[in-house]
Ligand binder design. Structure first.
Ligand SMILES: Nc1ncnc2c1ncn2[C@@H]1O[C@H](COP(=O)(O)OP(=O)(O)OP(=O)(O)O)[C@@H](O)[C@H]1O
Ligand SMILES: O=P(O)(O)OC[C@H]1O[C@H](OP(=O)(O)OP(=O)(O)O)[C@H](O)[C@@H]1O
Length: 201
């Protein structure tokens, strides 16, 4: 049996859509189970449902063999894992955003402090960072920060809060990650699963 760590939110919905578009009804039907159970077994594959930032923790330790996670998560906090491939969903990007007319950025609020720190360091701009856990768009509206570094997908959250993008920092995609040891010790099962779901040929 192999174990695959998934997130519970957007990426999970994208993965289900990918499974149903690729005629993998066995998986999509079983995964659509509406109970609060945090794992399910389909065709000898155990899927566990975790928070995004915890997916690489399960994979690094080897209690999960594979994981699906946003590249934002593993860029913000590097893990000792195999970064196997990009998946065809979960596309979005990181941007610096602020109220229109903002002239300089001294204070930035973000959930992603390492990515923000690196970005401004590369631009040789001295900033202070405020770490928030969500709803970061509030910070410039309330004067807590001059701007934010955050994920933008449709742009609706920025627009609905009167903020604009100043700079795109990097693209984000869903990634398939694997444990460095079991990727080889469970090679047949892992390759079987990845071939079945069309991630490798
Ligand atoms: N608009 C978006 N906002 C945030 N993340 C997005 C967006 N669009 C795509 N993503 C991707 O989705 C990932 C989050 O996936 P998902 O929502 O399944 O995780 P989660 O841990 O269940 O979520 P949450 O943190 O919202 O509870 C992010 O790491 C990012 O790569
Ligand atoms: O460009 P959009 O399609 O509007 O998506 C971007 C928004 O989605 C994410 O927030 P999320 O809903 O995960 O909530 P959070 O603010 O609590 O992190 C992200 O932090 C933005 O706020």
């Amino acid at each position: 049996m192999i174990t695959v760590a998934l997130t519970k939110g957007r990426l999970f919905k994208d993965f289900l859509k990918y499974m149903s578009e690729n005629d993998l009804a066995d998986y999509s039907t079983a995964l659509e189970d509406e109970t609060r159970s945090l794992y399910t077994i389909v065709n000898n594959v155990k899927f566990i449902f975790a928070k995004g930032p915890d997916v690489p923790t399960y994979v690094e330790s080897g209690v999960a063999d594979l994981g699906i996670v946003g590249s934002d998560i593993i860029t913000e906090n590097p893990f000792n894992i195999l970064n196997v491939s990009q998946l065809p969903f979960g596309d979005c990007h990181f941007s610096v955003a602020a109220l229109p007319g903002q002239e300089s950025f001294g204070v930035i609020a973000t959930k992603y402090t390492n990515i923000a720190k690196e970005h401004f360091k590369n631009k040789k701009q001295d900033i202070s960072l405020i770490h928030l856990n969500g709803s970061v768009e509030l910070a410039p509206l309330l004067g807590l920060s001059d701007g934010i570094v955050d994920i933008v997908q449709t742009g609706s959250t920025l627009k609905d809060n009167g903020l604009v993008e100043y700079e795109k920092i990097m693209d984000i995609h869903a990634r398939l990650i694997a444990n460095k040891r079991t990727f080889y010790t469970k090679e047949d099962e892992i390759y079987g699963f990845l071939t079945e779901i069309g991630v490798i040929e």
